[in-house]
Design a protein around this ligand. Structure first.
Ligand code: ATP
Ligand code: MG
Length: 789
């Protein structure tokens, strides 16, 4: 019952405290408030000390408390979070242990049975029910594999989207975002670029910055075409041509193009975009577990990806409102190389920003490493909680203690700590937190997930098979093929009136085909003074004109990149032209096309918004329903947390009083008993006391002293009336305690129910543009190039 109680209170169950001197286990569960993780944690210990096990413990606890987690997994161990079985049957374990069984020359199913049994025993001996496993398993865990399609691929380069407005307005933040994208992109292309000196770096950074500021969408396709036909003609004070002549830019563009066309590169462009919002909750508002497995990548690729992911998290974080609760957890298993003290790899800047600023946004970072010297010294200062496991050498121990300097209470003896740390068995951690007085030693609880060790690509592929979404194409210059318009021989550029503007894609290789499109850029403005909304949406549409079309219809249009307005005015290369419908060859029709598009947009375009009247909240323009729901949920969780906290302190006082009475009653009983020596150690509800410790920090040591004071409860010598009376008194108080806990639990349940998102109706409504607020540019004839197979 106590277990159920702390499950409801935003507390992480990490293990059991050990007696500091003897390292013998006590009954006191190691409970840590989830909130404490907002000041970040470091896990340090030698190989095999149990860091990953502790990491898995923490992440399981987070998921159970509906806190989303993002995991960066350089070694491939963290995919184990997907290996959970509620029933703990041999069949469930079989696919995970088959290989190992064969290696050991054992019969697979028999081996699976042994392992499943071991896990059952482990889990149960730590007081964990299958209910708990089920609760954890109900959270979606996904293994993302950037640069590979073994797991869920991540489209990291398909979209080089601008960060949010806040980042754009802050020059430092903007510079950091640009730096992250450009340096990692160039690294991936094998160009070793110095941000100050390299032409490539400066050019690409300029293009990105300009596009971001202009609110244009950029992907790698548009980036390549911008490198050739630049939307500006000066870099600093230098004319572009002398800074970076066109012929050489063309070389850069085609080498980039060749690279992205290579099959191995394609996986960087496949899959879901790297959108942090989408990693938070699923459609049932259940926190997700997102594991980014990068073990299969080269060092450069890992650095590229980690930097990009961290920068995206920083940008996302800045968009969130401030909070005191733990909103999300970022865990990195094995930080070695990403956050070193004396060097400056690209990943360091965003990591430092996270450690310094994430607290205000409720984003906790947990870093794990074998060696204290892998962590930047300044970064260490921002870490509030330390888990120190077995260390290899005396030197390592000294370093850790130096790192902790100033965080340890004065009364603790350095030699004593050194001695303790030198003798730690595996799965045992020394715990020091800025949120608690004193130190603790504990053994990590048995993990719910099966710790198989590093997952191979094949394992990941198997686990992911069920989840994979269909591949999505992302390059803007990919055009759906229209079967009707195959060129029969080379046709020449159609001769049209000069009143019709035409634009031509760059032909990226000799030959190929130009397909005609009617394209136009437009702006739609949505104004709603009462809501303070004045939103302009700039968009571009184009209609593929194959020869089944006589007269273009905007209902057939598809969104396209606005970059066509910058494309060259003359065709390039030795390229054929697909035929053109007659209606588009007449300049006078273009005015009608323009008007038709205006009508089309006026009737079709809406700004969709959502509202929840009960919470007096409305979505912001362009906020998705999903994101809006997540925001509502956070409001609810915030209120829920506050109410829980009130409730808890109210009950804690009452419980404390009862506990004190219990102590007195037990002491009385001990006295009444003739043979005090025979009295066994009382069954004091240590767990209950530990909960207070976790809730109210400093009370912990008092609580454990209390625990030791409890002697009594002997079953001997019941005949004496005093003894019986004393015993009855104890029973009575224990019943009261149980009743009070039950009551608290019920109240907590009621609160949960009251704040469930489903109880809050969400409506959809729209804001229409005024006709005068639909602005359409004169449509043009846009020739899209494609290679001919
Ligand atoms: N909480 C736990 N529950 C059950 N088994 C555990 C737990 N923690 C560790 N173990 C066992 O101990 C082994 C080693 O632990 P773990 O992998 O966590 O060490 P580590 O410190 O991460 O080592 P490395 O630095 O090599 O990654 C695990 O493979 C597992 O068998
Ligand atoms: Mg490990």
């Amino acid at each position: 019952m106590d277990a159920e109680l702390f499950e409801k209170m935003g507390i992480f169950y990490l293990g059991r405290d050990l007696e500091p001197k003897t390292l013998r286990p006590t009954k006191i569960p190691t409970l840590v408030k989830s909130k404490n993780f907002t000041t970040h944690a470091a896990v340090i210990g030698m190989t095999g000390s149990g860091k990953t096990g502790l990491g898995v413990d923490i992440l399981e606890e987070a998921a159970i408390d509906n806190i989303p987690v993002i995991v960066i997994d350089p070694k491939g161990d963290m995919g184990d979070l997907c290996l959970t079985s509620e029933k703990l049957r041999a069949e469930d374990f079989l696919p995970w242990v088959e290989d190992e069984a064969r290696q050991k020359g054992e019969e697979p199913l028999e081996y699976a049975r042994k392992i499943a049994e071991m896990w059952r025993e482990g889990i149960e001996s730590w007081g964990q029910s299958s209910d708990r496993i089920a609760r954890f398993k109900s959270h979606d865990a996904t293994i993302y594999t950037p640069g590979s399609t073994a797991g869920v691929p991540v489209n990291v380069l398909g979209s080089l989207d601008a960060p949010d407005a806040a980042t754009l307005e802050d020059p430092d933040a903007l510079a950091q975002s640009i730096n992250a994208v450009v340096s990692s992109l160039l690294a991936l292309l094998g160009i070793d670029a110095d941000p100050i000196q390299s032409r490539e770096y400066i050019l690409i950074a300029q293009i990105l910055k300009r596009a971001w500021m202009a609110g244009e969408k950029v992907d790698i396709g548009t980036l390549i075409s911008h490198i050739i036909t630049l939307p500006f003609d000066k870099i600093g004070v230098l004319p572009l041509e002398s800074f970076y002549p066109a012929a050489e830019r063309f070389k850069l563009a085609s080498s980039m193009n060749n690279l992205i066309a290579s099959p191995s590169f394609e996986s960087w462009l496949t899959g879901a975009p790297l959108d942090i919002d989408a990693l938070m909750y699923d459609e049932r508002q259940k926190a997700k577990i997102s594991i980014f497995s990068i073990a299969h990548l080269s060092d450069e690729e890992r650095m590229f990806f980690v930097t990009l992911l961290l920068s995206r998290i920083v940008e996302w974080m800045r968009r969130q409102s401030g909070t005191g609760r733990l909103r999300a957890l970022l865990y990195m298993d094995e930080i070695y190389g990403y956050f070193p003290p004396s060097k400056n790899p690209p990943s360091k800047a965003p990591m430092m920003t996270l450690l310094k600023q994430a607290r205000a946004f409720g984003v906790g970072v947990v870093l794990s490493t074998q060696n204290p010297v892998d962590l930047d010294y300044k970064g260490l200062g921002n870490i509030g909680t330390w888990f120190i496991g077995r260390l290899q050498t005396r030197q390592d121990i000294e370093k850790v203690i130096d790192g902790l300097a100033g965080k340890l209470d004065a009364e603790l003896d350095r030699d004593e700590i050194v001695k303790t740390l030198s003798n730690l068995p595996k799965r045992t951690f020394f715990y020091k937190s800025a949120h608690e007085k004193g130190i603790r030693l504990f053994q990590t609880r048995w993990v719910l997930s099966y710790l198989k060790g590093p997952l191979k690509k094949r394992d990941i592929a198997k686990l992911t098979a069920a989840k994979k979404k269909p591949r999505t194409a992302s390059l803007s210059h990919e055009t759906p093929k229209s079967p009707a318009a195959q060129p029969n021989g080379k046709s020449r550029t159609p001769i049209l009136s000069s009143d019709i503007s035409q634009r031509f894609d760059l032909a990226l290789s000799p030959g190929g085909l130009y397909r005609p499109h009617l394209a136009a850029a437009a702006t739609v403005r949505y104004v709603n003074a009462a809501r303070g909304i004045d939103e302009s949406e700039s968009l571009a549409l184009c209609i593929p004109l194959d020869d089944t079309i006589d007269y273009p219809d905007w209902d057939e249009a598809e969104p396209c990149d606005k970059a066509f307005t910058q494309a060259p005015k003359k065709p390039t290369g030795d390229t054929a032209f697909a035929p053109l419908p007659g209606s588009v060859t007449q300049a006078k029709n273009f005015k009608a096309f323009q008007k038709a598009l205006k009508d089309h947009l006026y009737t079709q375009k809406r700004l969709t918004l959502y509202r929840c009247r009960k919470l007096k909240a409305e979505s912001k323009p362009h906020e998705s329903l999903e994101t809006f729901k997540n925001r509502l949920m956070e409001i609810l969780e915030e209120r829920l947390d506050a109410e829980k906290e009130k409730l808890q302190s109210r009950y804690a006082k009452k419980l404390q009083t009862l506990h004190e009475r219990l102590v007195r009653a037990q002491q009385k009983l001990a006295k009444e008993q003739e043979d005090v020596g025979k009295a066994t150690t009382g069954s004091l509800v240590d767990a209950g006391l530990a909960i207070f410790g976790a809730l109210f920090g400093g009370k912990r040591s008092a609580a454990s002293k209390l625990g030791q004071a409890m002697k009594g409860g002997s079953r001997v010598l019941k005949e004496r009336a005093d003894v019986q009376r004393a015993q009855a008194r104890i029973d009575e108080i224990e019943t009261q305690i149980d009743a009070l806990k039950e009551e608290l639990e019920e109240k907590l349940d009621e609160l949960e129910e009251k704040y469930r998102l489903e109880r809050y109706e969400i409506e959809t409504f729209f804001i229409k543009p005024r006709r005068t607020d639909v602005d359409v540019e004169m449509p043009i004839l846009y020739w899209r190039w494609e290679p001919v197979a």
